[in-house]
Design a protein around this ligand. Structure first.
Ligand code: BJW
Ligand code: ZN
Length: 248
């Protein structure tokens, strides 16, 4: 285990620090992660819900699952981990967040530079004409239809076997290739191509810091490992960093 103080020193020395976040950062906001003992995949089979084939087979079932998750997400508030990342960006210590999350909590916490690799659950798009809608509450009608052409709408998220939104992936690569430090927070690091992000930073000679309650597929490339809940670890990082900059 490494110390908060060491990681804070590295953040202060870095020129381009980014964060790469996964569902574990939102667990403290009441949103379940995917894998692990309390994960969504314990109860639901991904291939029955998070694939384009599942949607063609049974759009109502897929929409019911997304509607249930939207109800949780619309109620959720950013937790200290989201808020500290927003504050680090405001202070100039964090340049951008690359997130796999679809829950919008980084934006609600006040972060400005956010790359969403897997879409956003508050949006839907038409399967025929591509028209996008943004909601401020879950849809009442299931399955919802396109206001423009009346075809089915689908959640504007990335399912297994689908390509990531090209503009978001290009932006992610731009930030990643500039980064000399990446904070990898609350992700199992098993889903590709997203999980390439920390590998690219490492290959470019940058530092990888892992913040997670347990070991992951990315632990072996981490230069610093902080074990614990994201909210608690990031609050400690913020406290130590504030003390350090007030002494400067
Ligand atoms: C805490 C905590 C606390 C808990 N504090 N920590 C290469 C090799 C093998 C397979 C592939 C490959 N390349 C592509 C693939 C296939 C596939 C893939 O990666 N499969 C693997 C799973 C085997 N990838 C794809 O299909 C991707 N598309 C693609 O590659 O297209 C290419 C293509 C080419 C040509 C033609 C067509 C396509 C798309 C992947 C889309 C992933 N989508 C999902 C669903 C999004 C929508 C939705 O939410 O419904 O994205 S799956 C799910 O996993 C979701 C997440 O963003 C993603 C990552 O999960 P995450 O965030 O890491 O969560 P968990 O649960 O895994 O981990 C939580 C972590 O938090 C744990 O470590 C806990 O310990 C920790 N934790 N509490 C800190 N309080
Ligand atoms: Zn349409």
């Amino acid at each position: 285990m490494d110390t908060i103080e060491e990681v804070v020193e590295k953040i202060l020395e870095s020129k381009y620090c980014i964060a790469f976040t996964g569902s574990g950062i939102s667990v403290e906001s009441g949103i379940p992660s995917f894998r692990g003992p309390n994960g969504l995949w314990k109860k639901y089979r991904p291939e029955e819900l998070a694939t384009p084939q599942a949607f063609s087979r049974d759009p109502i079932r897929v929409w019911e699952w997304y509607k249930w998750r939207m109800e949780l997400i619309f109620k959720a508030k950013p937790n200290p981990a989201h808020r500290v990342l927003a504050e680090l960006e405001r202070l100039g210590f964090l340049k951008c967040i690359i997130t796999q999350n679809i829950d919008d909590l980084h934006r609600l916490a006040g972060s400005k530079c956010i790359v969403e690799l897997h879409g956003n659950i508050k949006r839907a798009r038409c399967i025929s004409c591509g028209y996008r809608v943004t909601w401020n509450k879950p849809p009442e009608e299931i399955p919802p239809h396109c206001p423009r052409c009346n075809s089915l709408l689908r959640p504007d998220v990335v399912w297994f076997g689908e390509e990531l939104p090209r503009d978001q992936w290009m932006k992610a690569l731009e930030h990643t290739n500039k980064a000399d430090l990446v904070l990898v927070i609350g992700t199992s690091g098993v889903v590709y191509p997203a999980a390439m992000i920390p590998y690219i930073v490492k290959e470019n000679g940058g530092i990888v810091v892992e913040i997670n309650i347990e070991d992951t597929a990315l632990t072996n490339i981490a230069d610093y490992i902080l074990r614990g809940r994201a909210g608690e670890i990031l609050e400690s990082i913020y406290r130590v960093l504030k003390q350090r900059i007030e002494r400067l």
